[in-house]
Design a protein around this ligand. Structure first.
Ligand code: SAM
Length: 384
């Protein structure tokens, strides 16, 4: 089967984990880039990536690369693409443009010029124009203009892959589902050991841990834009159906306990709602203060968490944050045998927390540069 050149986008810092994941899903010629990973995949491998990838945000099929100057250059580029090979009468589309160091200041203007080129070409070919649908288009076209280099791609995913459908209730500062999954994979979590997020917020890390533990493919219950593409659908649909069936059969009960804690009642209400929507009855929820709570009963496992960074906290400022991180570290030092991974977005975290890390990784939570800091399990103190 022919392998297509593709590009999966990723949260900054998660590219190595995405590359690893794509390799296990059978993709070939994998090359990391900043913000994504290039790879080659046949239709069955593409289907696997769409259903199983926990880290990819979108999967793009790059159509063409251009040198483009001025509004005319954008129009000409879009007009030269054989859109009629992809869209058919009745297909809808939308165009999203991102810009980096360009002569244009508005991405909307760039998208508009590209749209004009596409629409004119198809009108010339068909005698009618295709419709724009910004909500649920058959073809979501993604353009990126860096200086004068324009790339135009089709988005196979449709709705981004991080939209898993379980975040019905939101809280302050939730993280992307794909970032949470990357943190867990970076922490070598495979679902076989107990898991605790003591500051769970809307529950992203705990729910993603639940999906890993129960071997639930994140794309099991959703559809993808490329399933409706006339040139892909006849071959892709049966492949996707088989892969969904196979993924369904893989689901198992969680082999070890899963626990999400938070100390805020409103947050706990949202957390409960999300856990129910995610369909993870094995994930326990508790109200507890992370600076004083004991570990849960039973064998130790992984603590993986994303404490507040402080930029939103009114009281105490940076001094208050240092004291909070210190209390958190002092308490978690008592959790004998637990490995700890923390996504820290505050420079004061590491020294205030007070434990010696075994390794660190740079990760971005949106625009915030963070460090994922790993702490090895502490052995119980021997009586003298
Ligand atoms: C940055 S948010 C976590 C966001 C989460 N990763 C998500 O995706 O929604 C930090 C959470 O820590 C909770 N928190 C702060 N201090 C706490 C404490 N001492 N004990 C328990 N939870 C705490 C807050 O209520 C908040 O929900």
């Amino acid at each position: 089967m022919e392998r297509l050149p593709l590009y999966a986008t990723a949260t900054r810092g998660t590219e190595p984990f995405l590359a690893e994941e794509l390799e296990t899903l059978g993709c070939k010629r994998i090359r990391q880039d900043r913000g994504g990973v290039r790879f080659f995949a046949a239709l069955d491998e593409i289907s696997r990536v769409l259903v199983h990838s926990r880290i990819a945000m979108r999967v793009l099929y790059p159509l063409r690369q251009f040198e483009s100057q001025g509004a005319e250059g954008l129009y000409e580029a879009a007009h030269s693409i054989p859109w009629e090979d992809w869209l058919s009468r009745g297909s809808t589309f939308s165009i999203e443009a991102t810009l980096k160091d360009t002569e244009h200041t508005h991405s909307g203007f760039v998208a508009l010029k590209l749209k004009d080129g596409l629409v004119d070409r198809l009108r010339e070919k068909w005698g009618q124009r295709p419709d724009v649908d910004t909500h649920n288009p058959t073809f979501h076209i993604v353009a990126h203009l860096a200086k004068t280099s324009l790339s135009v791609s089709l988005d196979l995913s449709g709705e981004p892959l991080f939209k898993r459908g379980y975040r019905t209730a939101t809280t302050a500062a939730p993280m992307k589902e794909t970032l949470a999954a990357a943190m867990l994979l970076a922490s070598k979590y495979d679902g076989s050991e107990p898991f605790v997020d003591p500051m769970a917020g809307s529950g992203t890390l705990a729910i993603e841990a639940g999906f890993i533990a129960t071997r639930r493919a994140p794309g099991l219950k959703r559809t993808f834009a490329c399933e409706a593409w006339p040139s892909f659908a006849p071959k892709l649909k049966p492949l996707l159906e088989d892969i969904r069936k196979e993924a369904h059969a893989m689901v198992r009960p969680a082999p070890a306990p899963l626990l999400a804690r938070d100390y805020d009642d409103e947050v706990l209400t949202a957390l409960k709602r999300n856990v129910v929507t995610a369909g993870l009855p094995a994930l326990r929820i508790e109200s507890a203060d992370a600076t004083t709570a004991d570990p849960p009963e039973g064998p130790p496992g992984l603590v993986c968490t994303n404490p507040p960074y402080g930029e939103r906290l009114g009281t105490g400022g940076q001094k208050g944050m240092k004291s909070f991180f210190h209390k958190l570290g002092t308490n978690l030092k008592r959790w004998d045998g637990w490995r700890i991974s923390v996504l820290a977005g505050n420079d004061a975290f590491e020294s205030a927390f007070g434990m010696r890390p075994s390794s660190k990784q740079a990760l971005w939570n949106g625009a915030i540069a963070c460090e994922l800091i790993h702490y090895p399990a502490r052995l119980p103190k021997q009586p003298r």
